[in-house]
Design a binder for this molecule. Structure first.
Ligand code: ZN
Ligand code: ZN
Length: 232
């Protein structure tokens, strides 16, 4: 991919590269959150943090990451709406709302990063072919959620590797297609606890683990079915 040309001055406040944006600049990003600084300033008490003094780098904040991640949108004339597309489509632009919602701001590096995940299918009911199908469901969900899936483990024997991936910081999310694919009864909660103790969490199209470690099992997206109390 060609290196993008640098723009010599901020399109809003017109300071040059390396110069601090004007206070009222609506292009400047918050160095704490990566979002627009004006967004923070619109919150009561500036959202409780110091937004820092961003300078103009020659690039629109967040655009490089959207291009790298392939998170662009284009205007669909027929449907009269924005639709997602790859970043090499002429006339497309970065989907910043997706960046803010799905990526994570690395304040030290001053850049957005995708959240990394491992796909795990622990229960091989229906055999390996069924497990591979489940893995595909989990992979599709992960792509939709903007996750960077770095590996996939199938089979209960792989569980140790999954927890090790989280403990080593290689991934922060363990993606399972459903509660049933993670485990049964106490094993389910032991596994969720192991991932959370290692600093990660479990998620998937059929699973939501809330802040207290309780599990909400879903049948369809948005349709909650059962709440497991954690068994402890
Ligand atoms: Zn500016
Ligand atoms: Zn801020």
């Amino acid at each position: 991919m060609d290196e993008e040309l640098l723009r010599g001055s901020c399109p809003a406040c017109e300071v040059g590269i390396g110069e601090t944006h004007a206070d009222d600049c609506d292009v400047a990003e918050c160095l704490a959150t990566g979002r627009k600084r004006m967004w923070c300033w619109a919150q009561a008490d500036t959202a409780g943090h110091d937004c820092g003094q961003a300078d103009w780098t020659g690039r629109w904040p967040g655009h490089r990451e959207c291009r790298e991640f392939g998170w662009h949108v284009q205007w669909d004339r027929e449907a009269q709406t924005w639709s997602r597309c790859s970043s090499d489509v002429p006339g497309s632009g970065p989907e910043l709302t997706r960046l803010y919602a799905q990526a994570r701001w690395n304040a030290d590096q001053r850049q957005w990063e995708r959240r990394r995940a491992v796909v795990f299918i622990g229960v091989l009911r229906g055999g390996r072919a069924a497990a591979e199908e489940l893995a595909k469901v989990a992979q599709r969900w992960a792509v939709h959620e903007g996750l960077d899936v770095v590996c996939e483990h199938v089979g209960a024997h792989a569980w140790r590797s999954v927890v090790a991936d989280v403990a080593d910081g290689r991934v922060e999310l363990v993606v399972v297609p459903s509660v049933a694919a993670l485990g049964h009864g106490r094993q389910l909660f032991a596994r969720i606890a192991a991932v959370r103790d290692a600093g990660g969490n479990v998620a998937g199209p059929g699973v939501v683990v809330d802040e207290d470690g309780r599990v909400v099992e879903k049948t369809l997206p948005g349709e909650a079915r059962r709440i497991h109390d954690g068994g402890r």
